[in-house]
Design a binder for this molecule. Structure first.
Ligand code: PLP
Length: 380
């Protein structure tokens, strides 16, 4: 007789065929634009290098990261595609970015001055993408400061230290189609690009669209779309539809092994603080994952999990390493599988369900799956 091998405590399966499918689906939505797969924060918890490779195989031509260190890790893995990173602080590793041919987002004069000095030292021009704050109010250059930044970039380009490869911006409310800020940002973006071009910059790529804009707003696609969450098959917002409605396939499935099942009497408190008390005699199943693994403590008493073919709810608090569900008299045993989330087509919850149960967004659910959870890659 074949014995099934025991399940590990927990694992996150990453379906790279789903990643490739999603990249192709997103490219179909923006057929005249290049696609940048955003792989920041370890590809939203999915694993940066395997996901970057899968995205490039499916036609992405750029990779995007927040930090320079994330960009360097891709180069170290031997990836020679165009890579852009945008989250810099003074004294950052500009020289290495120049040496490794990484495009850098520049939002202000201090950054332009630092990258220019690094390029001078390196003896080759830095690839710079000027970021406009068209209304997000986060990173990016304010319209009032734009002429100065564009002028300084032109001067640096003339001296050969900078090549302006892009002009770009980021939306505040693209996940709320029809929000008035969207058209206002688009109009300002066109103005700010227009100014840069009138002054003599010839950016290779102009871009503003994230996943929700790529899915809902063709006029925002310009030369390139920067898609993150969609690459992993997760819906950016419930109002936009489920992944299936958007033509996307969730790539991550989080599975755990039930660690213990035991009978308890009525009136038994469950987990820290006793926020759950059993109503009658029942059985409890211990799921050996907790907030250290990225299961939100906010989902205490609410998070859904598929155990023994039925949907259960987290009973009481999520602890650092474990939580409990009631399984009653169902034939659940230690070593059975618990599925926290996945694509949803085998009856399991989705990342969107966990987002709802923890008052957050699905971005946070997948991205916070912790370093203690091994990733297993399928369909490489
Ligand atoms: C994270 C990020 C993206 C990707 O956003 P998604 O909504 O995940 O597609 C694009 N651009 C910037 C600047 C980002 O920080």
């Amino acid at each position: 007789m074949n014995e099934t091998p025991p399940l590990p405590r927990v694992r996150a399966e990453i379906d790279l065929a789903a990643v490739r499918h999603n990249v192709r689906a997103l490219r179909d939505r923006a057929p005249r634009s290049q696609l940048m797969a955003v792989v920041k924060s370890d590809a939203y918890g999915h694993g940066a290098v395997p996901c970057a490779r899968a995205a490039l195989e499916a036609g992405a031509t750029w990779l995007g990261t927040a930090t320079p260190e994330e960009a360097f890790a891709l180069r170290e893995a031997g990836i020679d595609a165009r890579i852009m990173c945008w989250l810099w602080t003074p004294g950052g590793p500009w020289r290495r970015a120049v040496d490794e041919g990484i495009d850098v987002g520049v939002s202000g004069m201090w950054a332009l001055q630092e990258v220019r000095a690094a390029a001078r030292a390196a003896g080759r021009p830095a690839r710079v993408q000027l970021k406009a704050d068209t209304g997000l109010g986060r990173n990016g250059c304010q319209p009032a400061d734009w002429p100065e930044l564009v002028g300084a970039a032109l001067a640096a380009q003339a001296e050969g230290t900078v090549q302006v490869t892009g002009v770009w911006s980021h939306f505040a409310c693209a996940d709320e189609p029809g929000h008035p800020s969207i058209q206002a940002q688009l109009a300002l973006f066109r103005d700010m690009v227009g100014h840069a071009e009138k002054e003599g910059l010839e950016p290779e790529v102009r871009h503003i669209a994230n996943s929700p804009a790529t899915l809902t707003l063709p006029e925002s696609h310009f030369d390139l779309v920067r898609t993150g969450l969609g690459v992993y098959g997760v819906s950016p917002a419930p109002e936009l539809g489920t992944p299936a409605q958007l033509g996307l396939r969730p790539a991550m499935t989080l599975r755990a092994s039930v660690a213990l099942v035991k009978a308890v009497p009525a009136g038994h408190g469950v987990s820290y603080g006793h926020h759950h008390v059993t109503e009658g005699e029942t059985r409890l199943a211990l799921i050996p994952v907790g907030y250290a693994d990225g299961v939100p403590r906010h989902a205490s008493g609410r998070g859904p999990v598929l155990v023994g073919g039925a949907m259960r709810t987290v009973a009481g608090r999520v602890a650092m390493d474990q939580f409990v569900v009631e399984v009653g008299s169902d034939p659940v045993r230690a070593g059975d599988e618990a599925v926290l989330f996945g694509p949803g087509d085998a009856g399991e919850p989705t990342a969107e369900d966990w987002a709802r149960a923890s008052d957050t967004i699905a971005y946070e659910i997948v991205t916070r799956i912790g370093g203690r959870v091994p990733r297993v890659y399928l369909n490489a």
